[in-house]
Design a protein around this ligand. Structure first.
Ligand SMILES: [Zn+2]
Length: 245
């Protein structure tokens, strides 16, 4: 079991993982990782405006529609382990019970790395609350005194995926991941988000711009790698290396 490669995405709402880490998910899944996505809420109140404009809409109908979209997107990305904690959105309601549930999931998955939101997001406090929550759950999962007998967590990197309105979020990418070979999967997953069609091309542009940054930072005109689409991430923890590169 110890050589199983796993990754964990903690997404505030049911579509965030698609825009922000869909390429990383599809790429690592294709490399033999088992990626687990946890959606803390469906984004049913705050990120489903198009559905609410329909006649006769109810909270339960919106949640069901958003769950179906997210499951379709997960399938398009090649994963089947997507979990919905249904903690409500705008605002997210994360208490001690949800934290303990998240710690159990982290210890079960034993991710080699994790993803969550930017640390700061004044437009969407659910997002930054999720990042605090992810850091707290990671910390508790590392505590030997928490549920002794369970396998304690090592030190997985936490990658903060790209927020909306990047420049407002104090988010600075220090990793660019080439997702060109799985772009068709991410694009298919994006199109599962019928409720947020206004964002599709925005995130296609983001991926193209990050592809340019990948090319520039991998050597640019002096031998840089070709890359059409990329995702940017901000890693939180230092790397431990044997040799600098
Ligand atoms: Zn969101």
């Amino acid at each position: 079991m110890s050589d199983k490669k796993t990754a964990l995405v903690i997404s505030a709402h049911s579509a965030d993982f698609v825009w922000r880490a869909g390429g990383a998910i599809a790429l690592h899944q294709s490399k033999g990782y088992e990626v687990t996505v946890v959606c803390l809420s469906y984004g049913e109140r705050g990120e489903s405006a198009k559905l609410w404009k329909q006649e006769g809409m109810t909270l339960e109908k919106v949640k069901a529609a958003r769950q179906e979209e997210a499951e379709n997107a997960a399938a398009a990305l090649g994963i089947n382990d997507i979990r919905f904690l249904d903690r409500g959105d705008y605002p997210l309601d994360l208490g001690r019970e949800t934290l303990d549930q998240m710690v159990d999931i982290i210890r079960e998955v034993q991710p080699k790395f994790m993803f969550s939101h930017s640390k700061w997001d004044p437009y969407n406090t659910d997002h930054m609350r999720t990042t605090d929550f992810a850091l707290e759950a990671r910390m508790v999962a590392q505590a030997w005194g928490h549920n002794p007998g369970q396998k304690v967590l090592g030190a997985p990197q936490l990658y903060l995926f790209e927020p909306h309105q990047t420049e407002q979020m104090e988010w600075r990418p220090n990793v660019f991941l080439d997702i060109t070979e799985v772009w068709d999967k991410k694009w298919a997953a994006i199109q599962c988000m019928q409720g947020q069609e206004h964002l599709w091309h925005f995130y296609e542009n983001v991926a193209e711009n990050r592809g340019n940054h990948f090319r520039r930072n991998s050597g640019g005109q002096a031998g840089g790698r070709n890359c059409k689409y990329a995702e940017g991430f901000q890693s939180i923890f230092p790397r431990t290396v044997d040799e600098l590169e």
